[in-house]
Design a protein around this ligand. Sequence first.
Ligand SMILES: [Zn+2]
Length: 177
Amino acid sequence: MKVNNLILLSLIIFVFSKQYAYCDNFKYGYTSSGYKYVIHNHSESSYQHVWCSQHNGIEEFKNPDKTRVDCLTDTHATEFDFANKWAESVGQALHYSKMTGKRAKVVLILENPKKQMCYYERVKNLSKIHDFDSEFVTPEILNLQNGKCSFKNCKCNRKKKKISFFSKIFKIISNYN
Ligand SMILES: [Zn+2]
């Protein structure tokens, strides 16, 4: 193969691989029963609190069908999700839009914006086709002090020792059953 052709082929492969980037950039944990889950440093609700108060929205707005909108603003029914739940976020936002008559919006939380942007790209591309709005937020909006946010109920402020103590007890009890 000629060098020129090789360069052209490499370029095509590069462009193609960028367009359909493989995304998988999460921290995983495993439960004692082997269930795999994504580890998040802060709770989803912490991001929701900040964003929703900045946009003068109502948090956990109850729909007639008992589903809840994460944040209802004057203009939007907004769904918050971590990047690993990008697919679910779209369905939920569209449903809440139908329930409230407001425009659907997905706010995707990118804990590692450089590595997780490809998930937002998926949502953004879908938003153009299916006529809803989207944006992303990063831990920057939490205004972290020494890696912790100001929400007492957030994961980052829970005492780890207590959790591991209770989970040990839970493990012992569940082993007896
Ligand atoms: Zn936090």
